[in-house]
Design a protein around this ligand. Sequence first.
Ligand code: ZN
Length: 77
Amino acid sequence: MMLEILKKMFEVTPERSTIVLKEKCSACECEVQINITPTSGGYGLNGGALFESSTDEYSAICAACYKANQKNNRKKV
Ligand SMILES: [Zn+2]
């Protein structure tokens, strides 16, 4: 579950309030920087989105592809 992956990230770096991930967008292959901050209801992602991947723990997607993806497919990533 994505939430558990994020939880793990914060467990290994508990001193950080924001985790910055630099990933490659799995859709358009651009560089995507995602800022993750804990919120009261879970985690807030800025700059892009993460989704579970069958090959890795997660894949990243940039904000533009995320938006396009939402239009085509209402499934939340
Ligand atoms: Zn992209």
